[in-house]
Design a protein around this ligand. Structure first.
Ligand code: PMP
Length: 360
């Protein structure tokens, strides 16, 4: 059927329909070039224009200051778990990590290969259902950087503040909430995000780095994982993920047409609050994220009965709400409601939840 579903996948996930339609209309012949963006040399004039425009759009929308470089890499977000310590830990040999979920834990473990890693905060004691407060962060003033993950995709929590670490550079994994709110980039040393949630198809990793932090890599840092290589070559040391960069450009057009990051933030909490209210007011469902720490992007919830959870997921899918099954680590349900999820999709899901709550 050619009917699109409401896709609540955690990533890869929904992209704006207008971006997909635009890509579709240009897929065999990009604006008179006689070829698809997929078929173009990354050094061609027409692709360089796409590349530069996409960089400029992202700089404008995120208000990225001078002195910061935007990189389009292919490492996957997970590649950054290695690339960050390889490039940044050399300053003092030490780094602070906040572990608030699966991906920050993976980053924390990987970093231990490269230096002295200090656990600055952890939410493991309550199954990653909350974000530690600023006063709970145990900060080492000698850390080369402080690492955290802004939105915990699996557990459904999100930092509601930017940590204050004094002069220690902030490094942040924004894979699952980038472009969902305005961010003061000048507070960060490095921001990164895998593209496959709020930006583009999988295959692109965006890194925004304060340029002065690059160039101090450990001596055995692979060339391809050296930020300095990529800064000097403007992400074109090797072939960049051309198609994903083009798609990011189309997504950014949609973001701008919909009020930029302030517009995205408004829609984000409109969707999320509606869903949390519905779940909080139900008799069957409990949310995993504690109030004050809840994610505006990934809403995690369960009934307490695995059987009933499975029934919910399968009946929802039949009704056109797909990919609501929680991550295998947590069980239960997860509704990922990224930028491209229409408010209407969440409204209809809330109606479905209310009806299920009544009937069971
Ligand atoms: N960080 C976060 C917050 C994520 O959600 C994910 C993937 N879901 C990753 C890192 C890993 O991303 P990738 O698969 O691109 O390596």
């Amino acid at each position: 059927s050619d009917q699109r579903v409401y896709n609540f996948s955690a990533g890869p996930s929904m992209l704006p329909l207008s971006a997909l339609e635009r890509a579709g209309s240009e897929i065999t012949n990009y604006r008179g070039s006689g070829m698809s963006v997929m078929e173009m040399s990354h050094r061609s004039k027409v692709f360089i224009q796409i590349f530069e425009e996409t960089q400029e759009k992202l700089r404008r929308i995120m208000n990225v200051p001078q002195g910061y470089k935007i990189l389009f890499l292919q490492t996957g977000a997970s590649g950054q778990f290695s690339m960050i310590p390889l490039n940044l830990i050399g300053k003092t040999g030490k780094a602070d990590y906040a572990v608030t979920g699966n991906f920050s834990n993976l980053a924390y473990k990987e970093a231990q290969k490269y230096g002295q890693i200090h656990l600055a905060a952890s939410s493991e004691d309550r199954d990653h259902s909350y974000i530690p407060a600023q006063s709970q962060l145990k900060l080492d003033p000698e850390a080369s950087y402080f690492y955290y993950c802004a939105n915990n995709t699996i557990y459904g929590t999100e930092w509601q503040y930017v940590p204050d670490t004094g002069s220690v550079p902030l490094v942040c994994d924004m894979s699952s909430d980038i472009l969902s709110m305005p961010v003061d980039v000048s507070k960060f040393g490095l921001i990164y995000a895998g593209a496959q949630k709020n930006m583009a198809p999988a295959g692109l990793t965006v890194v925004i780095i304060k340029e002065e932090l690059a160039g101090h890599e450990l001596p055995y840092t692979p060339l391809i994982m050296n930020y300095k290589t990529m800064i000097d070559k403007d992400s074109m040391y090797n072939t960049p993920p051309c198609w994903c960069i083009y798609m990011l450009g189309l997504t950014l057009d949609w973001v701008e047409e919909n009020g930029g990051l302030a517009g995205m933030e408004k829609l984000k909490w409109q969707r999320a609050n509606m869903l949390y209210d519905t779940l909080d007011n139900s008799k069957l469902f409990r949310c995993h994220g504690e109030k004050g720490s809840r994610s505006g992007m990934n809403v995690t919830f369960r009934t307490g009965s695995e059987e009933l959870d499975a029934k919910f997921v399968s009946q929802a899918a039949q009704a056109g709400f797909v990919n609501l099954k929680g991550h295998r680590k947590t069980g239960g349900m997860r509704a990922s409601i990224y930028n491209a999820m229409p408010v209407e999709g969440v409204e209809k899901l809330c109606d479905f939840i209310k009806a299920f709550d009544k009937a069971n």
